[in-house]
Every structure is written in structure tokens, then in C-alpha cells.
Ligand binder design. Structure first.
Ligand SMILES: Cc1ncc(COP(=O)(O)O)c(C=O)c1O
Length: 458
């Protein structure tokens, strides 16, 4: 019997409340409301235990890029699990899937990337990156370069390293900075959230210069790296003005500090290029990745290590005392290989860049005509809209009214998952979205904006 059939929906809900501590959850609140039990998925849809079909406008958690129900990925995993379910790569051993994936990643990344290091999640990838960056500077005889600058409202995962690096105040308050005393935070390129007195392009330059100010404040000789998501995802899909990333590149180059793009969300086609760095035309020294590398079918993450860093680690480093039992897990790597092949066979990068991306972007932009929408933005298939109380002045709703959460609840109850980050509604559907599914997404979104507007006007 399939696990799902062994109990009723309400049994699952009760057992869930009693035994399962969920990530990022207010346990008391969930205990009262009860979880929605998701039982299966296909294409761009998930289904709950009551049989409701829900369009997954968030690709699981920004990860199911090639959509659900891909037998090719299931078969790749099953074949590898039969052949060699596990072996480590610690003791001078390797296996074909991890080597083959490293070659594929080298092919689809910028020329400075010739080597990959593997982990099982985005957070572990970030921890790996932190250790590599610091090790690099030790080996360069500049051990005082320890500070890694990230941004306000950035999300870089939930391990101690990720929490310490990330810029989300509430998260940092719960145990941040325990592990990486030397991280520091500069401002974010959030034009809508600014006073909007500058043009977006002027603001982009100003926001990049927050980094320069921070470097001057802490001393360039103490700064090891800057890390940023090409587009901040969990922070509310903060799309930086076009001037932002080139200026960040200039600042990093001028101060000799390493540039890291955290591609955990933006990588693997989300922006209509393989990586966010490609979209913005920057040349990072390291890229962290996870999620879309396997479309979420199995856990895998990693760091693409540019020659500047890997040459030093290899030539001068001796043993690098870092790694995970599941670094380069054979089944996860086999799924990643097939996942990348699917993206190549089906031209999904081009599809997002030239077809479904522009199609959805145009319709998404039309949502800005809705009376409670102050701004819309979207790159590739990653977008957001801002709910506002007064469209003419862009005055936000009172934070305590929880308007974003109300809208999110209307959405899921009407068969569409999108996430609320405060009063910002974010969207990132699977890259295989069809035009008809895009139309459906927009229709549902408009209807739920109406329902939200009615609810707040009462
Ligand atoms: C940009 C970014 N970095 C790191 C992470 C952490 O990844 P994981 O949840 O796989 O540890 C996330 C997760 O959403 C992310 O969005």
C-alpha cells in the first residue's frame, strides 16, 4: 500500500501536529489550523489529500524547475540506486555520476569555473563557500581578510553559517552570528522600498555603493568576499536596477575581494539564462547552487569554484578539512545529470528567455492595473507584486493587518500557490509552464486580488 493510502487526511493532520516540527513555522498556530496535506503532483500542479488541484506558482520551494512527474528523473535515480546507491569521495575514491556532473557543470558555467564541490543543500553550500573563502585568504597570506559582506534582507540558508551571513533580522536574532562572527551587512537594491526620489538606475548605483561604504567602514584589508543573490528571492524577489551588478563587480575588482553569487534560486534557468550571473553579466569567483540542479527530486547543492580560488586551494592548500558524507551522492548526481539533459533537450533556457518568460511577464505587468497593486516586476519566471493601500501614493497597508497573508490564503484556497513576503506576493512557477497555464495563473491571481481588496475594505 502506498504510504498516502494508509491513513485518512485528518489522521495525517493530527499526527503531523503531534510529531513533526516543521521548518520556519509557528507551531502553536499550525496546531490550531492544521497542515494542508499534499499527496501527489504532476506537471505544474500539486494535489492535496482532498483531491484539490493547485497550480504550483512557487515550483515547490523555487526548485521544481522541470516540473513534476518526470519519469526520466525517477529512472535515473532508480538505475543509480541499483548500481551504486552510495559511496563516499573522501578517501581518494570517486564514482562516475559525480565526475560526469562536474564535467556538465563546467560546460554550462562561465569559463573561470572548472571545478565543483558538492553538498546536499543550499545552506551547506553556503557553509562550504564561507570556509573556502577564508581558507583562500589564509593561503594568500592575508588571514585578516575574514569578513564576508552580505546584504540586508538576504537569505543564505538556515545553518549557523547561513543564518550568520543572511540579512533577515528575525532569523539573525535567533542564533545568528554564533558561527561567523565576521560577517557584515550592507543595504539591498530595493528601489520600490526606497523613497523613490532617485531613478531606478541612479538608485542601483547608490545601492551598490552601500557595499563600498561598508568596505571602507570595516577596512578593505579585512574583507574576504561579497555574497549576493542575483535577485533576492526569499526577501521578496528584489530585482536590482540594471546598473547595480556591474557596479558591484567594479567595487569587488577594485578592492580585490572575492565576488560570490548565491545561485540557489536564480541558477538553472530561472532567469532565462543558466545562472543569474550570466543574466547580469558579472563574473563571480564562486557560485553556490542547489534546488534547480535536481529540480528538487533529490537533495543536492554545491559550489562552483573559479580558477582564482581553486588554483590556490590545490597548489598551496594541502588537505582541505571539509566535506560531507553525502558530498557528490551518486543518486543525487545522476538525477542532476538527467535534469540538465532535460533542460538542454527541451531548450528550457531559451523557452524561458524568449517565449514563456516574456509571455508571463506581459500578463504579470497587467496586474499592476489592479487597484491594490503598487508595482509588479519579473525577470525570466521569477516575479513579485507589491500590495498597497493607496495606488496613487503607493502607501503600504498597515503591517499588522497581514494583507499579504490574507491574499496568499485566498490564492491557495482558489487553487494557486504563491508566497507572501510581508505584503509582497512572489511567484516562480516551473519553467515548463504553458501559455494556457500562465493564463490560468493570471486569472486566479486577479480574482484573489479582488477578494483581498474586498476583505480589506470591510
Ligand atoms: C539564495 C538561497 N541561498 C541558500 C538557501 C538555502 O538553501 P537550503 O534550504 O537548500 O538549505 C536558499 C533557500 O531558499 C536560498 O534561497
Amino acid at each position: 500500500m502506498a504510504i498516502v493510502e494508509s491513513r485518512s487526511r485528518s489522521e495525517w493532520q493530527d499526527l503531523d501536529r503531534d510529531h513533526y516540527l516543521h521548518p520556519f513555522t509557528d507551531y502553536k498556530e499550525l496546531g490550531k489550523k492544521k497542515s494542508r496535506i499534499i499527496t501527489r503532483a504532476d506537471s505544474v500542479y500539486i494535489y492535496d489529500a482532498d483531491g484539490n488541484q493547485i497550480l504550483d506558482g512557487l515550483s515547490g520551494l523555487w526548485c521544481v524547475n522541470v516540473g513534476y512527474g518526470r519519469d526520466e528523473l525517477v529512472e535515473a535515480a532508480a538505475k543509480q540506486l541499483r548500481e551504486l546507491p552510495y559511496y563516499n569521495s573522501f578517501f581518494q575514491c570517486a564514482h562516475p555520476p559525480s565526475i560526469e556532473l562536474s564535467c556538465l557543470l563546467q560546460e554550462i558555467t562561465q569559463p573561470q569555473f572548472n571545478r565543483a564541490f558538492y553538498a546536499s543543500s543550499g545552506s551547506e553550500s553556503i557553509d562550504t563557500m564561507i570556509r573556502m573563502v577564508r581558507r583562500y585568504w589564509e593561503l594568500m597570506d592575508q588571514p585578516e581578510r575574514q569578513i564576508i559582506i552580505a546584504r540586508e534582507n538576504a537569505y543564505h540558508g538556515s545553518t549557523i553559517g547561513g543564518t550568520s551571513l543572511g540579512g533577515m533580522k528575525l532569523q539573525r536574532a535567533q542564533g545568528g552570528n554564533a558561527g561567523t562572527r565576521a560577517s557584515n551587512i550592507s543595504g539591498q537594491p530595493y528601489w520600490f522600498g526606497s523613497d523613490r526620489s532617485l531613478s531606478p538606475d541612479e538608485f542601483g548605483l547608490q545601492a551598490a555603493r552601500y557595499l563600498e561604504q561598508k568596505i571602507e567602514e570595516v577596512g578593505a584589508d579585512k574583507v574576504a568576499a561579497f555574497v549576493g543573490e542575483p535577485i533576492q528571492g526569499a526577501g521578496g524577489v528584489i530585482v536590482p536596477p540594471q546598473t547595480y551588478w556591474p557596479e558591484i563587480q567594479r567595487i569587488c575588482d577594485e578592492h580585490g575581494i572575492l565576488l560570490v553569487t548565491d545561485e540557489v534560486i536564480c541558477g538553472f534557468g530561472r532567469l532565462g539564462e543558466w545562472f543569474g550571473a550570466d543574466y547580469y553579466g558579472v563574473r563571480p569567483d564562486l557560485m553556490t547552487f542547489a534546488k534547480g540542479v535536481t529540480s528538487g527530486y533529490l537533495p543536492l547543492g554545491g559550489v562552483m569554484v573559479g580558477d582564482r580560488v581553486s588554483d590556490v586551494l590545490i597548489d598551496k592548500g594541502g588537505e582541505f578539512y571539509h566535506g560531507y558524507t553525502y558530498s557528490g551522492h551518486p543518486a543525487a548526481c545522476a538525477v542532476a545529470i538527467e535534469n540538465i539533459h532535460i533542460m538542454q533537450r527541451e531548450n528550457l533556457i531559451e523557452y524561458v528567455r524568449d517565449d514563456i518568460g516574456p509571455y508571463l511577464q506581459k500578463k504579470w505587468q497587467a496586474l499592476s492595473e489592479h487597484p491594490i497593486v503598487g508595482e509588479t516586476r519579473m525577470v525570466g519566471l521569477m516575479g513579485a507584486l507589491e500590495l498597497v493601500q493607496d495606488k496613487s501614493t503607493l502607501q503600504p497597508f498597515d503591517k499588522d493587518d497581514g494583507v499579504g497573508a490574507k491574499c496568499r490564503d485566498f490564492l491557495i484556497n482558489n487553487g494557486l500557490v504563491m508566497r507572501a513576503v510581508g505584503d509582497t506576493i512572489v511567484v516562480a512557477p516551473p519553467l515548463i509552464l504553458t501559455h494556457a497555464q500562465a493564463d490560468q495563473l493570471i486569472e486566479k491571481a486577479w480574482k484573489c486580488l479582488d477578494l483581498t481588496a474586498q476583505a480589506v475594505s470591510k
